[in-house]
Write a protein that binds this ligand. Structure first.
Ligand SMILES: [Zn+2]
Length: 104
């Protein structure tokens, strides 16, 4: 039995540097599903009745609702997950500078 040779993964020359997290969020906010927007009765799945939902993430298995605090806490993992649709209250993302960079 021969030892398998692991080929290095070829990186195409036109691959761009990975987008910053803020750019990722900015892109996500342009693809919001307005029909997922939570109403005042929707609650954070992690806090329970204590906190109103500020974001809803739709998956094949169901929806995840999070308050602003838990949205900020879990956003990097959520954006990397296989969500099908989402709505995020931009107010919940005050910690990020989401203004478009000024055109030069
Ligand atoms: Zn919460």
């Amino acid at each position: 039995m021969s030892t398998p040779v692991i080929e290095p993964i070829a990186v195409p020359a036109d691959v761009q540097a990975p987008a910053s997290f803020t750019e990722l969020v900015r892109t996500a906010l342009t693809g919001q599903s307005e029909d997922l927007r939570p109403d005042l009765n929707d609650r954070c799945d992690q806090c329970g009745p204590a906190s109103a939902a500020a974001a809803v993430f739709g998956y094949a298995s169901g929806e995840l609702m999070l308050c602003a605090h838990h949205t900020r806490q879990h956003l990097p993992a959520i954006l990397a997950s296989r969500m099908l649709s989402w709505w995020i209250d931009p107010e919940a993302l005050w910690h990020l500078d989401l203004e478009e960079p000024a055109a030069t």
